[in-house]
Design a protein around this ligand. Structure first.
Ligand code: MGD
Ligand code: MGD
Ligand code: SF4
Ligand code: MO
Length: 676
């Protein structure tokens, strides 16, 4: 028996340190590392089942070639040699005409720097393939905090435990940021007040002192009204504003347009609740904001995050280590991406960039002068776009194109793998090396393989190394081993021996990094004015209404949001029986008033639809939904859905104001009882 220290690979802010128990070469148990402070021996329910997922009888363990129609999911096993030969030949022929007709598609199925963004990038850079704009999650908020604070930086998460007031803004922390929630609980035991700002009465909202159930996409109006109150009551830190901010006069003028009454109208909440929230925020020290990505999946998502990120500079909350705001900590990590990804292999070529959010449209586009060549080959890894990308009617049609050659590197036959010409078996985190950053804390983690690759599985990096060799790409960097890539990720910035020893290493970051300003912006100040006017954006943050605001369309009067179910991670774990039994089946939460006018009762099958598509799901009549808003919990595999579809059947490919991001939570629908 052995115990091996690793890192949770999932797209989750917590990046836990894992301890895997191995017996006779088999992973039997995965638990949280008690020695890692933020993990503190605790994992979420999902990753506690990581051994079950790894040993799952349906793991893909050999290369597969399609024998059925695209999407049918019928395959025959083939050898690695046959698979690599076929892929090399197909990609080689396309590359000889125009390598931009090849498109990689990947996201954060693993957040590991090696299996997520190293050898794969080298391979596609050397080929000159189209570049992918990896926007599906966080770019609107990411760009917003970068333009305001200078990067994805903020409070050190551990000090939330000492705050007196915590705004949990657009985050279902119990489900998606568990280790932060533990800190918030600690603060609460010491007398802090917790306020949850979320259209849905989430599990987290249930446990906070107050819940502000605003309409989706109206957070900027709320933040501006808080500023209005801070100004009229003079709950401002004038010294901090004068010394450490840019654009105060313009922000003040903007905020004065947003009295609580006006914001109440926009947000669909009582003005008194806004006044009280502003008073709490203006008069409690230290006050902290945990804002999360739920806020920015709508038309004005970037500006909403900008507005929220300005608040701590107004009150001087940054002066205290338990005050400030945190969206993501990821810019703090000194990752040497150029060494890992080798953009120099492009050698002066500038391939076009395709936005992963609009994959449905872009795979269906013909060649043209402004688009370039039609996409002829797609290599998907670390992502399940057929389930997770918006407007799936188009995505599915695109993946069914007979003239598209699709390769998918996967653990399982997901909805996407079902559409592949060739599926390649990938290792899980228990079977490969990797190294990690985090976006919810500031420790680097190393993942050692606990067991040998199962079946014929190979790591992503190994697969791209093999493909490079097969295609005759012989730059020396294609020979780097996975372990060597781990060492390259941080170069000398991190003591690799310490990582080998402990599995984690903390970055050296001051407790209250912006107590005296010193933001990593060009000016060193918090930029209320983010210099966006030159690109057509508002100089200081503004409220930008949704593309599809609640109640605006007579045909589709309900606003739908589709946040994740607690026991899945995006579309991962949906096929793990023990977790699927907890979630039961796909549900649509609908408020009793909206249900009554439609004759809908709990358990009834409903049709959720708009002009883009429709899907069928069982209704859960519940006050977790506010009036006018329905919650389609995600992200189920389509094949587990009632009619072989999921919530993305109705979401749109429209983009955010900043960062070219998706607008999953900006989606107008109608709901009706489904005919029997
Ligand atoms: N259990 C679990 N954990 C996860 C994930 C998962 O699928 N399952 N996914 C991971 C990933 S990829 C990410 S990006 C993060 C996502 O986690 P978060 O960053 O927390 O974002 P979401 O889960 O999208 O949304 C959080 C909350 O925002 C609410 N919300 C929706 N629209 C609005 C709005 O307009 N304003 C406000 N204020 N709130 C809104 C939703 O109802 C939801 O409760 O979590 C990660 N962790
Ligand atoms: N309606 C709606 N849609 C959404 C969202 C929403 O809230 N609502 N959330 C959006 C967000 S925030 C995100 S981040 C995206 C996430 O979407 P994706 O990035 O597609 O995430 P997953 O669905 O978890 O799929 C990851 C896949 O990677 C595979 N994988 C994991 N590790 C490895 C590995 O080492 N090698 C290989 N080859 N494969 C691996 C897993 O088996 C899994 O099938 O979805 C987005 N879609
Ligand atoms: S998904 Fe998040 S909470 Fe769960 S083990 Fe991984 S890092 Fe920790
Ligand atoms: Mo995400």
């Amino acid at each position: 028996m052995a115990e091996v220290v690793g890192a949770c690979p999932h797209d989750c802010p917590d990046t836990c340190s894992l301890v895997t128990t191995v017996e006779d070469g088999r992973a039997v148990r995965v638990r949280g590392n008690p020695a890692h402070p933020s993990t503190d021996g605790v994992l979420c329910a999902k990753v506690s089942k990581y051994a079950e997922r790894t040993n799952h009888p349906e793991r893909v363990l050999t290369p597969l070639r399609r024998v059925g129609a695209k999407g049918e999911g019928r395959f025959e096993p083939i050898t690695w040699d046959a698979a690599l030969d076929e892929i090399a030949q197909r990609l080689g022929a396309i590359a000889a005409r125009d390598p931009q007709a090849i498109l990689p598609y990947s996201y954060a199925g693993t957040m590991g720097l090696v299996q997520g963004e190293s050898m794969d990038r080298r391979f596609f850079h050397q080929l000159g393939a189209s570049l992918l704009d990896r926007t599906i999650c966080a770019t609107a908020g990411g760009e917003a905090v970068t333009r305001t604070l200078g990067g994805k930086v903020g409070m050190k998460v551990e000090f939330f435990a000492e705050s007196r007031l915590i705004l949990i803004w657009g985050s279902n922390s119990i489900g998606s940021n568990l280790h932060f929630w533990r800190l918030a609980q600690q603060a609460r035991r010491d007398g802090a007040r917790l306020v949850c700002i979320d259209p849905r009465r989430s599990e987290t909202a249930d446990k906070c002192d107050e819940h502000i159930a605003l309409l989706p996409g109206t957070d900027a109006a709320l933040a501006l009204a808080i500023m209005h109150e801070l100004i009229v009551h003079d709950w401002l830190d004038h010294d901090y504003i004068a010394r450490h901010t840019v654009g105060w006069e313009a922000l003040k003028a903007r905020a004065m347009l947003w009295n609580p009454k006006r914001a109440a109208q926009a947000c669909g909440v009582p003005a008194a609740q806004i006044v009280q929230l502003a008073r709490d925020y203006g008069t409690t020290t230290p006050a902290a904001i945990r804002v999360n990505y739920g806020v920015q999946r709508c038309a004005g998502g970037g500006n909403a995050i900008r507005a929220i990120a300005c608040l701590p500079a107004l009150t001087g909350a940054w002066r205290h280590r338990a005050g400030g705001v945190l969206l993501s900590s990821s810019s703090q990590f000194p990752v040497d991406r150029a060494t890992l990804q080798r953009p120099d292999l492009l050698a002066g070529r500038t391939p076009r960039t395709i936005n992963m959010v609009t994959i449905g449209d872009d795979l269906l586009r013909e060649a043209s002068a402004d688009f370039g060549p039609k996409v002829e080959a797609l290599v998907v890894y670390n992502s399940n776009p057929v389930a997770v990308a918006p407007e799936s009617p188009k995505v599915v049609r695109a993946f069914q194109r007979e003239d598209l050659f699709t390769v998918v590197l996967e653990h399982f036959l997901t909805d996407t793998a079902d559409h592949a010409d060739i599926v390649l078996p990938a290792t899980t985190q228990l079977e490969h090396w990797d190294i990690h950053l985090a976006y919810g804390h500031t420790d680097v983690l190393l993942n050692r393989p606990a067991i040998a690759p199962m079946g014929e599985a190979r790591s992503n990096a190994q697969i791209f190394r093999d493909l490079a060799a097969r295609m005759g790409l012989d730059a020396p960097c294609f020979a780097d081993s996975d372990e060597a890539l781990c060492r390259q990720a941080y170069g000398k910035q991190i003591d690799f021996n310490a990582l080998l020893q402990n599995g984690f290493a903390a970055l050296a970051i001051p407790d209250a990094p912006y107590a005296e300003g010193g933001f990593p912006t060009a000016s060193g100040k918090c930029q209320f004015d983010s210099g966006l006017r030159t690109s057509g954006g508002p100089d200081v943050p503004d409220f930008i209404p949704n593309h599809e605001p609640a109640g605006a369309s007579p045909d589709y009067p309900l606003a739908m949001i589709s946040p994740p179910a607690r026991n899945f991670l995006n579309s991962s774990f949906v096929n793990v029986q023990s977790l699927r039994s907890i979630e039961g089946e796909p549900l649509l939460e609908i408020h009793p008033d909206d249900a009554a006018t439609r004759g809908i009762t709990s358990g009834a099958v409903v049709r959720v639809f708009n002009a883009r598509g429709d899907y069928r799901v069982k209704a859960d009549v519940s006050t977790r939904a506010r009036p006018g808003v329905v919650n389609g919990l995600g992200i189920w595999w389509r094949k587990f859905g009632l009619a072989g579809t999921n919530v993305n059947e109705v979401t749109s490919q429209k983009l955010t104001d900043m960062g070219r991001g998706p607008t999953f939570y900006d989606c107008a629908v109608q709901v009706e009882r489904a005919p029997a």
